[in-house]
Design a binder for this molecule. Structure first.
Ligand SMILES: NC(=O)c1ccc[n+]([C@@H]2O[C@H](COP(=O)([O-])OP(=O)(O)OC[C@H]3O[C@@H](n4cnc5c(N)ncnc54)[C@H](OP(=O)(O)O)[C@@H]3O)[C@@H](O)[C@H]2O)c1
Length: 398
């Protein structure tokens, strides 16, 4: 990488699991999951009628000819907190309803993917109030209730984006946070969420009001921990300072925009998180499919999502991004694995990263995510992947 250093300053704060450099506290659980066999990855999606059939999960994978070797899923602490999470988090934004985003799967279609994720060892799931107008939270609650025990999973949701037309149906005011958590719990049909995250910085609400309201949510037993998402590092530091100054709950995690074509978080936010014992849980780790090749330099759109994702188009549009995509493809070809595995493995090796939040609309996407968790990249491969990167403007805070 040309502009940003590949190493980080010595940590002065609490120790947290950092990429693959510091597996302290990490533990692997043997599960049937995550084949590294690239040849077995083109899976037919079953028809809608098959979703509820018995033995859908592990047996179902065998039925479809999946090569499910013994895999080891790693679990680590979520930052300096005591709660343990899988090193891959399943993003639930892709599930709900496709009325606004045609690539979003409904609950029936998402079922097999969530079941296989759970049986593959994933214990960490991320949604938000705004995804599919609340339908993502509904699907998350229903699907997790079908396939896992509530105590075994870490469920994260978010507040901030408008969820209605009223002046107070968005943002981070006390009024909206207290109403927002109750509405989220109703949709999820849960008594509590594990991680309640602010989706963005609210320029209209004093941070003290927000942090006190979040603290009250935790004190009321409606959330176990709080986290934040894309914002400037100074804003995050200011929020943590407000919490410290008043004895309120601190954020344990930062859900930020970080992948091979957007690395600006390495300048300030990630070193800050490492220093402060905050988990980094990157969103869009495959740059919304770009790093897996869902669109090309000359404008070809190869999937439904790549043709109907204006937010993705606004983030990834410079020619240099496609130089990175080409490099990922080269490294992946040399290893004989799909590009998506290499791009995710790169992130899993980076300092500070606790768990990328992956998007999966096919079983093969999930397979690659589980396989990436076990793919070791050499220092030379890491350098090759990083080499074509050029600095970007701040992207993804809006
Ligand atoms: N906090 C925030 O502001 C924020 C913002 C965005 C997302 N998120 C969270 O992050 C999660 C993930 O976001 P994302 O869906 O954008 O993540 P992503 O992993 O970058 O993109 C997922 C897309 O990549 C493609 N893909 C995934 N695995 C693949 C594979 N193995 N081979 C080929 N293509 C593959 C698919 O695109 P195609 O469908 O085109 O094939 C899939 O829809 C969300 O569910 C949400 O929880 C948070």
């Amino acid at each position: 990488m040309r502009a940003i250093g590949g190493t980080f300053p010595a940590r002065t704060g609490r120790q947290i699991p950092v990429g693959r450099d510091q597996p302290g506290g990490a533990r692997r659980r043997r599960v049937a999951a995550g084949p590294a066999d690239a040849g077995a990855r083109c899976l037919p999606m079953p028809g809608a009628g098959e979703f509820g059939r018995p033995g859908y999960g592990r047996q179902g994978m065998r039925d479809w000819g999946l090569s499910m070797g013994e895999a080891a899923v790693e679990y680590v602490n979520l930052g300096a907190s005591g709660v343990r999470v899988s090193r891959v988090c399943l993003g639930m934004m892709s599930y709900g309803n496709g009325s606004e985003r045609p690539w979003v799967l409904d609950e029936d279609a998402a079922g097999p993917i969530v079941q296989v994720a759970a049986e593959g060892g994933i214990t960490f799931f991320d949604t938000a109030d705004a995804y599919s107008g609340g339908a993502s939270e509904v699907a998350t609650g229903r699907l997790l209730a079908k396939f896992v025990s509530r105590d075994d999973v870490v469920v994260a949701t978010k507040v901030f984006m408008p969820v209605g037309s009223g002046e107070n149906n968005g943002g981070l005011s006390r009024k909206h946070i207290l109403a927002g958590i109750d509405a989220a719990l109703r949709r999820l049909d849960m008594d509590y969420v594990d991680l309640y995250q602010i989706h963005r910085w609210d320029y209209r609400t004093p941070i003290e009001e927000t942090m006190q309201a979040l603290h009250d949510v935790v004190r009321a037993g409606k959330a176990r921990y709080i986290g934040a998402s894309s914002m400037y590092a100074w804003q995050f530091a200011k929020a943590q300072h407000a919490a410290d100054a008043h004895g309120w709950t601190r954020f344990v995690s930062m859900q930020n925009h970080y992948n091979l074509v957007y690395r600006e978080e390495e300048r300030e936010m990630i070193p800050q998180c490492i220093d402060q014992g905050v988990a980094v849980i990157p969103w869009s780790p495959l740059a919304r499919g770009l790093l897996a090749g869902n669109r090309t330099r000359d404008g070809e759109r190869r999937t439904t999502r790549s043709g109907t994702d204006p937010f993705g188009d606004s983030l990834y549009k410079v020619d240099a991004d496609f130089d990175v995509v080409d490099r990922v493809r080269e490294v992946a070809a040399a290893r004989g694995v799909p590009a998506a595995q290499v791009a995710l493995a790169w992130l899993l090796h980076r300092p500070g990263v606790t768990a990328p939040i992956v998007g999966a609309t096919k079983l093969s996407h999930l397979q690659d995510a589980l396989a990436a968790e076990q793919l070791e990249l050499s220092e030379e491969e890491m350098q090759r992947l990083q080499e074509p990167y050029v600095p970007h403007p701040v992207l993804g805070h809006g």
